[in-house]
Design a protein. Structure first.
Length: 147
């Protein structure tokens, strides 16, 4: 579902990379925590929209994915394993698409996924770690969400 009724902004992945690099030049490695926090704040916003529609759990995560795909963020697939972990593969990520860097991890998306899963799955004390990244030459970004 598109974000109807809200102002939308089109920004290229190159612009996002330039903003990210500028923050890194200004504040150093602290940019990692700042981007994770920004991702969490963004996920709060999207999660509130989905929760207001009465959706929870995996159904809510599917709706979130649909919203983000339609908004051009990325294409994602979720995998729930028996250990209670979630794997997320993200293709054509806006955060890594313009990057070609050894250290090009997707910190904004890591924070975003962590907060979204906490809110929509009602899980606590979780951590999202990026295992693969398009910016490092992988075919997709892959995140593992641990409880
Ligand atoms: Zn990545």
């Amino acid at each position: 579902m598109p974000l109807t009724g809200q102002r939308r902004l089109i920004i290229s992945p190159t612009d996002i990379l330039n903003i990210k690099n500028s923050f890194e030049e200004s504040i150093g490695v602290g940019v990692i925590g700042a981007l994770r926090r920004a991702g969490k704040h963004s996920a709060q916003h999207y999660s509130d929209i989905i929760i207001a529609k009465g959706l929870k759990g995996e159904e809510a995560l599917k709706e979130l994915t649909k919203m983000l795909e339609e908004s051009g963020w990325f294409r994602a697939s979720w995998e729930f394993n028996r250990r209670g972990e979630i794997g997320v593969r993200i293709y054509k990520s806006f955060e890594s698409a313009a990057g070609n860097r050894r250290d090009g991890n997707c910190h904004f998306i890591s924070g975003f996924l962590e907060e979204a899963v906490e809110r929509l799955m009602n899980w606590e004390n979780i951590y999202c770690q990026e295992m693969r990244c398009i910016a490092r030459g992988d075919e997709f970004c892959e995140f593992l969400i641990l409880r």
